[in-house]
Ligand binder design. Structure first.
Ligand SMILES: *Cc1c(COP(=O)(O)O)cnc(C)c1O
Length: 409
Protein backbone atom coordinates (compact mmCIF):
# COMPACT_ATOMS: atom_id res chain seq x y z
CA UNK A 1 0.00 0.00 0.00
CA UNK A 2 1.28 3.46 -0.86
CA UNK A 3 0.17 5.51 2.20
CA UNK A 4 -1.24 8.97 1.73
CA UNK A 5 1.60 10.57 3.65
CA UNK A 6 4.83 9.93 5.44
CA UNK A 7 6.00 11.76 8.52
CA UNK A 8 9.37 13.43 8.05
CA UNK A 9 11.16 11.34 10.68
CA UNK A 10 14.94 11.65 10.86
CA UNK A 11 17.52 9.81 12.96
CA UNK A 12 18.77 13.19 14.13
CA UNK A 13 15.43 13.68 15.92
CA UNK A 14 16.41 10.97 18.39
CA UNK A 15 19.71 12.68 19.16
CA UNK A 16 17.88 15.97 19.66
CA UNK A 17 15.42 14.27 22.00
CA UNK A 18 18.19 12.85 24.17
CA UNK A 19 20.23 16.06 24.16
CA UNK A 20 17.12 18.06 25.07
CA UNK A 21 15.99 15.72 27.80
CA UNK A 22 19.31 15.89 29.61
CA UNK A 23 20.17 19.56 29.20
CA UNK A 24 19.57 22.26 31.79
CA UNK A 25 16.38 24.36 31.72
CA UNK A 26 18.43 27.46 30.89
CA UNK A 27 19.77 25.71 27.83
CA UNK A 28 16.22 24.78 26.78
CA UNK A 29 15.14 28.41 27.10
CA UNK A 30 18.11 29.45 24.96
CA UNK A 31 17.15 26.90 22.27
CA UNK A 32 13.59 28.26 22.19
CA UNK A 33 14.82 31.85 21.98
CA UNK A 34 17.21 30.92 19.17
CA UNK A 35 14.42 29.23 17.24
CA UNK A 36 12.17 32.25 17.63
CA UNK A 37 14.95 34.54 16.41
CA UNK A 38 15.80 32.37 13.42
CA UNK A 39 12.13 31.92 12.54
CA UNK A 40 11.46 35.66 12.65
CA UNK A 41 14.50 36.30 10.43
CA UNK A 42 13.51 33.63 7.88
CA UNK A 43 9.88 34.80 7.68
CA UNK A 44 10.88 38.48 7.77
CA UNK A 45 8.65 39.36 10.70
CA UNK A 46 9.48 41.49 13.71
CA UNK A 47 8.26 39.06 16.39
CA UNK A 48 7.88 35.28 16.57
CA UNK A 49 6.60 33.36 19.60
CA UNK A 50 6.87 29.58 19.78
CA UNK A 51 3.78 28.14 21.45
CA UNK A 52 1.93 24.84 21.97
CA UNK A 53 0.25 24.56 18.56
CA UNK A 54 -1.06 26.48 15.59
CA UNK A 55 -4.42 26.58 17.31
CA UNK A 56 -2.81 27.97 20.46
CA UNK A 57 -1.22 30.72 18.32
CA UNK A 58 -4.61 31.54 16.79
CA UNK A 59 -6.21 31.78 20.23
CA UNK A 60 -3.46 34.12 21.41
CA UNK A 61 -3.90 36.29 18.32
CA UNK A 62 -7.68 36.51 18.82
CA UNK A 63 -7.27 37.46 22.48
CA UNK A 64 -4.35 39.79 21.77
CA UNK A 65 -6.37 41.67 19.17
CA UNK A 66 -9.06 42.15 21.78
CA UNK A 67 -11.66 40.18 19.85
CA UNK A 68 -14.33 38.98 22.23
CA UNK A 69 -17.80 37.48 22.48
CA UNK A 70 -20.17 38.95 19.90
CA UNK A 71 -17.43 40.12 17.52
CA UNK A 72 -17.75 38.85 13.99
CA UNK A 73 -14.86 37.06 12.30
CA UNK A 74 -14.67 36.09 8.64
CA UNK A 75 -13.01 32.72 7.93
CA UNK A 76 -12.38 30.70 4.74
CA UNK A 77 -15.31 28.44 3.84
CA UNK A 78 -12.88 25.59 3.16
CA UNK A 79 -10.22 24.99 5.81
CA UNK A 80 -9.56 22.98 8.96
CA UNK A 81 -12.92 22.60 10.74
CA UNK A 82 -11.23 22.09 14.10
CA UNK A 83 -10.45 25.82 14.15
CA UNK A 84 -14.14 26.66 14.45
CA UNK A 85 -14.80 25.49 18.05
CA UNK A 86 -11.80 27.53 19.14
CA UNK A 87 -13.51 30.62 17.72
CA UNK A 88 -17.15 29.91 18.56
CA UNK A 89 -16.00 28.76 22.02
CA UNK A 90 -14.89 32.35 22.62
CA UNK A 91 -18.36 33.53 21.65
CA UNK A 92 -17.21 34.98 18.33
CA UNK A 93 -19.74 35.14 15.53
CA UNK A 94 -18.09 33.20 12.72
CA UNK A 95 -19.05 33.66 9.08
CA UNK A 96 -17.31 32.32 6.03
CA UNK A 97 -16.05 33.72 2.74
CA UNK A 98 -16.29 31.33 -0.19
CA UNK A 99 -13.26 29.96 -1.99
CA UNK A 100 -12.23 29.60 -5.60
CA UNK A 101 -12.43 25.83 -6.22
CA UNK A 102 -9.44 25.98 -8.59
CA UNK A 103 -6.98 27.41 -6.04
CA UNK A 104 -8.99 26.29 -2.96
CA UNK A 105 -8.31 29.74 -1.51
CA UNK A 106 -10.43 32.76 -0.66
CA UNK A 107 -10.02 35.74 -2.98
CA UNK A 108 -10.37 39.49 -2.48
CA UNK A 109 -13.73 39.21 -4.30
CA UNK A 110 -15.18 36.44 -2.10
CA UNK A 111 -14.06 38.31 1.00
CA UNK A 112 -15.57 41.57 -0.23
CA UNK A 113 -18.83 39.71 -0.89
CA UNK A 114 -18.88 38.31 2.64
CA UNK A 115 -17.83 41.49 4.49
CA UNK A 116 -20.56 42.98 6.63
CA UNK A 117 -20.99 46.03 8.80
CA UNK A 118 -20.31 43.85 11.84
CA UNK A 119 -17.12 42.20 10.58
CA UNK A 120 -14.31 42.82 13.08
CA UNK A 121 -11.47 40.71 11.64
CA UNK A 122 -10.54 38.47 8.72
CA UNK A 123 -8.80 35.10 8.77
CA UNK A 124 -7.32 33.71 5.57
CA UNK A 125 -5.34 30.55 4.86
CA UNK A 126 -2.74 29.67 2.22
CA UNK A 127 -4.26 26.28 1.60
CA UNK A 128 -1.97 23.35 0.89
CA UNK A 129 0.86 25.86 0.61
CA UNK A 130 -0.64 27.87 -2.26
CA UNK A 131 -0.46 31.58 -1.43
CA UNK A 132 -3.87 33.26 -1.56
CA UNK A 133 -4.15 36.73 -3.11
CA UNK A 134 -2.77 38.18 0.10
CA UNK A 135 -1.66 41.55 -1.30
CA UNK A 136 -5.15 42.45 -2.54
CA UNK A 137 -6.74 41.01 0.60
CA UNK A 138 -4.41 43.00 2.86
CA UNK A 139 -5.34 46.19 0.96
CA UNK A 140 -9.01 45.36 1.39
CA UNK A 141 -8.60 44.71 5.12
CA UNK A 142 -6.68 47.93 5.52
CA UNK A 143 -9.28 49.93 3.62
CA UNK A 144 -11.89 48.66 6.09
CA UNK A 145 -9.60 49.09 9.11
CA UNK A 146 -9.82 45.38 9.93
CA UNK A 147 -7.08 43.20 11.40
CA UNK A 148 -6.02 40.40 9.05
CA UNK A 149 -4.84 37.02 10.34
CA UNK A 150 -2.84 34.72 8.04
CA UNK A 151 -3.06 30.98 8.67
CA UNK A 152 0.32 29.78 7.37
CA UNK A 153 0.02 26.24 8.78
CA UNK A 154 0.58 24.78 5.30
CA UNK A 155 2.80 27.44 3.85
CA UNK A 156 6.11 28.11 5.64
CA UNK A 157 8.52 29.29 2.96
CA UNK A 158 5.82 30.25 0.45
CA UNK A 159 6.21 33.82 -0.76
CA UNK A 160 4.56 36.57 -2.72
CA UNK A 161 6.82 38.93 -4.61
CA UNK A 162 9.81 37.48 -2.71
CA UNK A 163 8.23 38.33 0.64
CA UNK A 164 7.46 35.24 2.76
CA UNK A 165 3.81 34.73 3.70
CA UNK A 166 3.09 35.44 7.34
CA UNK A 167 4.10 39.09 7.27
CA UNK A 168 1.30 40.55 5.12
CA UNK A 169 -1.42 40.75 7.75
CA UNK A 170 -1.60 41.86 11.37
CA UNK A 171 -0.47 38.46 12.63
CA UNK A 172 0.08 34.92 11.41
CA UNK A 173 -0.03 31.41 12.81
CA UNK A 174 2.23 28.55 11.80
CA UNK A 175 1.96 24.91 12.86
CA UNK A 176 4.86 22.69 13.93
CA UNK A 177 2.64 19.59 14.11
CA UNK A 178 4.13 16.25 13.07
CA UNK A 179 2.50 16.30 9.63
CA UNK A 180 3.49 19.88 8.81
CA UNK A 181 6.60 21.10 7.01
CA UNK A 182 8.43 22.34 10.12
CA UNK A 183 7.61 19.30 12.22
CA UNK A 184 8.50 19.68 15.88
CA UNK A 185 5.96 16.94 16.64
CA UNK A 186 3.68 19.57 18.08
CA UNK A 187 3.97 23.29 18.55
CA UNK A 188 3.17 26.40 16.63
CA UNK A 189 4.45 29.91 16.00
CA UNK A 190 2.70 33.25 16.34
CA UNK A 191 4.31 35.79 14.02
CA UNK A 192 3.54 39.49 13.92
CA UNK A 193 4.85 42.90 12.93
CA UNK A 194 2.41 44.60 15.29
CA UNK A 195 4.29 45.91 18.34
CA UNK A 196 1.18 46.27 20.49
CA UNK A 197 0.01 42.72 19.79
CA UNK A 198 3.53 41.41 20.43
CA UNK A 199 3.61 43.15 23.80
CA UNK A 200 0.28 41.63 24.84
CA UNK A 201 1.30 38.15 23.73
CA UNK A 202 4.64 38.42 25.53
CA UNK A 203 2.81 39.35 28.72
CA UNK A 204 0.50 36.36 28.42
CA UNK A 205 3.43 34.02 27.82
CA UNK A 206 5.70 35.42 30.54
CA UNK A 207 4.35 33.06 33.19
CA UNK A 208 4.73 29.89 31.13
CA UNK A 209 6.11 27.02 33.17
CA UNK A 210 9.09 25.10 31.80
CA UNK A 211 10.92 22.03 32.96
CA UNK A 212 11.86 18.48 32.24
CA UNK A 213 8.32 17.19 32.60
CA UNK A 214 7.28 19.25 29.57
CA UNK A 215 10.28 17.89 27.64
CA UNK A 216 9.18 14.39 28.42
CA UNK A 217 5.61 15.07 27.24
CA UNK A 218 7.00 16.38 23.93
CA UNK A 219 9.10 13.25 23.52
CA UNK A 220 6.17 11.03 24.47
CA UNK A 221 4.19 12.52 21.62
CA UNK A 222 7.11 11.94 19.27
CA UNK A 223 7.17 8.27 20.34
CA UNK A 224 3.44 7.97 19.61
CA UNK A 225 4.10 9.33 16.13
CA UNK A 226 6.89 6.80 15.58
CA UNK A 227 4.50 3.98 16.45
CA UNK A 228 1.93 5.43 14.04
CA UNK A 229 4.57 5.63 11.33
CA UNK A 230 5.68 2.03 11.88
CA UNK A 231 2.07 0.92 11.39
CA UNK A 232 1.66 3.02 8.24
CA UNK A 233 4.89 1.67 6.73
CA UNK A 234 4.17 -1.97 7.63
CA UNK A 235 2.66 -4.51 5.21
CA UNK A 236 -0.32 -4.79 7.57
CA UNK A 237 -1.36 -1.24 6.62
CA UNK A 238 -2.81 -2.54 3.33
CA UNK A 239 -5.36 -4.58 5.24
CA UNK A 240 -5.88 -1.95 7.92
CA UNK A 241 -6.53 0.84 5.40
CA UNK A 242 -9.13 -1.24 3.59
CA UNK A 243 -10.87 -1.92 6.90
CA UNK A 244 -10.69 1.60 8.32
CA UNK A 245 -11.49 3.48 5.12
CA UNK A 246 -14.35 1.24 4.01
CA UNK A 247 -17.41 3.23 3.01
CA UNK A 248 -19.50 4.15 6.02
CA UNK A 249 -16.62 3.53 8.39
CA UNK A 250 -14.09 6.13 7.24
CA UNK A 251 -15.79 9.15 8.81
CA UNK A 252 -16.05 7.45 12.16
CA UNK A 253 -12.40 6.49 12.02
CA UNK A 254 -11.43 10.05 11.08
CA UNK A 255 -13.26 11.40 14.14
CA UNK A 256 -11.65 8.78 16.37
CA UNK A 257 -8.20 9.56 14.97
CA UNK A 258 -8.59 13.30 15.55
CA UNK A 259 -9.82 12.75 19.10
CA UNK A 260 -6.95 10.38 19.90
CA UNK A 261 -4.46 12.87 18.47
CA UNK A 262 -5.91 15.69 20.51
CA UNK A 263 -5.59 13.59 23.64
CA UNK A 264 -1.92 12.89 22.94
CA UNK A 265 -1.34 16.59 22.17
CA UNK A 266 -2.74 17.68 25.50
CA UNK A 267 -1.00 14.86 27.38
CA UNK A 268 -4.39 14.09 28.90
CA UNK A 269 -4.52 17.66 30.21
CA UNK A 270 -0.95 17.61 31.56
CA UNK A 271 0.59 19.89 28.91
CA UNK A 272 0.81 23.42 30.27
CA UNK A 273 -0.85 26.20 28.24
CA UNK A 274 1.33 27.47 25.39
CA UNK A 275 4.21 25.16 26.35
CA UNK A 276 7.08 24.90 23.88
CA UNK A 277 10.17 23.01 24.92
CA UNK A 278 13.89 22.86 24.21
CA UNK A 279 13.55 19.51 22.44
CA UNK A 280 10.86 20.92 20.16
CA UNK A 281 13.07 23.94 19.46
CA UNK A 282 15.93 21.63 18.39
CA UNK A 283 13.62 19.72 16.05
CA UNK A 284 12.18 22.92 14.62
CA UNK A 285 15.56 24.66 14.17
CA UNK A 286 16.92 21.77 12.13
CA UNK A 287 13.86 21.69 9.89
CA UNK A 288 13.93 25.47 9.49
CA UNK A 289 17.50 25.22 8.16
CA UNK A 290 16.33 22.54 5.69
CA UNK A 291 13.11 24.29 4.70
CA UNK A 292 14.23 25.74 1.37
CA UNK A 293 15.82 22.55 0.09
CA UNK A 294 12.73 20.62 1.21
CA UNK A 295 10.40 22.99 -0.60
CA UNK A 296 12.54 22.82 -3.76
CA UNK A 297 12.49 18.99 -3.77
CA UNK A 298 8.76 18.89 -3.20
CA UNK A 299 8.15 21.50 -5.86
CA UNK A 300 9.74 19.13 -8.39
CA UNK A 301 7.70 16.20 -7.06
CA UNK A 302 4.52 18.27 -7.29
CA UNK A 303 5.24 19.09 -10.95
CA UNK A 304 5.97 15.45 -11.80
CA UNK A 305 2.74 14.27 -10.17
CA UNK A 306 0.67 17.05 -11.72
CA UNK A 307 2.09 16.37 -15.19
CA UNK A 308 1.09 12.70 -14.95
CA UNK A 309 -2.48 13.17 -13.71
CA UNK A 310 -5.15 11.29 -15.72
CA UNK A 311 -7.72 13.42 -17.60
CA UNK A 312 -10.45 13.24 -14.92
CA UNK A 313 -8.20 15.12 -12.48
CA UNK A 314 -7.17 18.74 -12.19
CA UNK A 315 -4.35 19.64 -9.83
CA UNK A 316 -4.83 22.54 -7.41
CA UNK A 317 -3.88 25.83 -9.03
CA UNK A 318 -1.14 26.84 -6.67
CA UNK A 319 1.09 29.53 -8.15
CA UNK A 320 -1.35 32.15 -9.41
CA UNK A 321 -0.55 34.55 -6.55
CA UNK A 322 3.02 33.69 -5.60
CA UNK A 323 5.62 31.01 -4.99
CA UNK A 324 3.97 28.06 -3.21
CA UNK A 325 5.30 25.73 -0.54
CA UNK A 326 4.30 22.08 -0.33
CA UNK A 327 1.81 20.64 2.14
CA UNK A 328 -0.31 18.02 0.37
CA UNK A 329 -0.70 17.19 -3.28
CA UNK A 330 -4.40 17.61 -3.97
CA UNK A 331 -6.48 17.52 -7.14
CA UNK A 332 -10.14 17.83 -8.10
CA UNK A 333 -11.67 14.61 -9.42
CA UNK A 334 -14.64 14.90 -11.78
CA UNK A 335 -16.46 11.82 -10.53
CA UNK A 336 -17.48 10.02 -7.36
CA UNK A 337 -14.64 10.38 -4.85
CA UNK A 338 -15.98 7.61 -2.58
CA UNK A 339 -15.94 5.12 -5.44
CA UNK A 340 -12.52 6.36 -6.54
CA UNK A 341 -11.12 5.87 -3.05
CA UNK A 342 -12.39 2.29 -2.86
CA UNK A 343 -11.04 1.51 -6.34
CA UNK A 344 -7.66 2.99 -5.38
CA UNK A 345 -7.52 1.07 -2.10
CA UNK A 346 -8.05 -2.13 -4.07
CA UNK A 347 -4.98 -1.19 -6.12
CA UNK A 348 -2.75 -0.36 -3.18
CA UNK A 349 -3.16 3.41 -3.22
CA UNK A 350 -4.37 5.26 -0.10
CA UNK A 351 -6.22 8.47 -1.08
CA UNK A 352 -7.64 11.04 1.31
CA UNK A 353 -11.13 12.44 0.65
CA UNK A 354 -13.74 14.70 2.25
CA UNK A 355 -12.97 15.77 5.79
CA UNK A 356 -9.69 13.87 5.72
CA UNK A 357 -8.41 16.59 3.36
CA UNK A 358 -10.18 19.75 4.65
CA UNK A 359 -13.64 20.69 5.87
CA UNK A 360 -16.57 22.51 4.34
CA UNK A 361 -16.67 25.09 7.11
CA UNK A 362 -19.65 26.87 5.59
CA UNK A 363 -21.64 23.68 6.03
CA UNK A 364 -20.28 23.21 9.56
CA UNK A 365 -21.43 26.76 10.34
CA UNK A 366 -24.86 26.06 8.89
CA UNK A 367 -24.39 28.53 6.04
CA UNK A 368 -25.63 28.02 2.50
CA UNK A 369 -24.56 29.69 -0.72
CA UNK A 370 -20.84 28.83 -0.65
CA UNK A 371 -20.66 26.80 -3.89
CA UNK A 372 -16.86 26.95 -4.09
CA UNK A 373 -16.44 25.24 -0.74
CA UNK A 374 -19.14 22.67 -1.51
CA UNK A 375 -17.45 21.83 -4.81
CA UNK A 376 -14.01 21.59 -3.17
CA UNK A 377 -15.34 19.31 -0.46
CA UNK A 378 -17.09 17.04 -2.95
CA UNK A 379 -14.21 16.82 -5.44
CA UNK A 380 -10.85 17.22 -3.70
CA UNK A 381 -8.69 14.13 -3.44
CA UNK A 382 -5.44 13.96 -1.49
CA UNK A 383 -2.94 11.99 -3.55
CA UNK A 384 0.17 10.53 -1.88
CA UNK A 385 3.27 12.72 -2.21
CA UNK A 386 5.96 13.27 0.41
CA UNK A 387 9.50 14.44 0.86
CA UNK A 388 11.79 11.67 -0.30
CA UNK A 389 9.21 9.90 -2.50
CA UNK A 390 11.23 8.12 -5.20
CA UNK A 391 10.50 8.70 -8.90
CA UNK A 392 9.49 5.02 -9.10
CA UNK A 393 6.89 5.42 -6.34
CA UNK A 394 5.64 8.64 -7.91
CA UNK A 395 5.11 6.73 -11.17
CA UNK A 396 3.26 3.99 -9.29
CA UNK A 397 1.01 6.60 -7.68
CA UNK A 398 0.04 7.91 -11.11
CA UNK A 399 -0.36 4.43 -12.64
CA UNK A 400 -2.60 3.20 -9.84
CA UNK A 401 -4.62 6.41 -9.91
CA UNK A 402 -5.18 6.00 -13.65
CA UNK A 403 -6.19 2.34 -13.25
CA UNK A 404 -8.58 3.22 -10.44
CA UNK A 405 -10.21 6.01 -12.48
CA UNK A 406 -10.43 3.84 -15.60
CA UNK A 407 -12.08 1.02 -13.66
CA UNK A 408 -14.94 3.41 -12.83
CA UNK A 409 -15.74 4.48 -16.37
C1 LIG B 1 -2.66 22.13 11.03
C2 LIG B 1 -3.47 23.35 10.81
C3 LIG B 1 -3.60 24.39 11.75
C4 LIG B 1 -3.06 24.40 13.13
O1 LIG B 1 -2.53 23.32 13.55
P1 LIG B 1 -2.20 22.75 14.97
O2 LIG B 1 -2.47 21.29 14.75
O3 LIG B 1 -3.06 23.35 15.99
O4 LIG B 1 -0.76 23.03 15.17
C5 LIG B 1 -4.28 25.52 11.38
N1 LIG B 1 -4.85 25.64 10.17
C6 LIG B 1 -4.77 24.67 9.25
C7 LIG B 1 -5.40 24.89 7.93
C8 LIG B 1 -4.10 23.48 9.54
O5 LIG B 1 -4.05 22.50 8.63
Amino acid sequence: MIPRRRLPLAWADLGDALAGLFSAPARAAAEVAAFEREFAARMQVAHAFAVASGRDALGLIIDGLGLAAGDELLVPAYTLGELLPLLTGRGLVVRSADIDPASLNVTAETIRAALGAKTRAILVVHLHGAPCDIVAIAELAQAHGLPLIEDCAHAPGASVGRRPVGGFGTAALFSLEANKALAAFGGGVLATNDAQLARRVAERLASRPRGRWAEWLAIRKYLFKIVEEIVVRSPAYALLARLLFAEGRAERFERFYRRANNRVRSGGGAVAPSAFTGVQARWARRRLRQLDSRNARLDRLWRDLAAGLPPAFRAQQRDACGQPAFYNFVAAYAGNIQALRQAALGRGLDLGIGGEVMDDCARLLGETGRPGAATAFARTVLIPGWDGMSPGTARQVIDRLREAAESLR
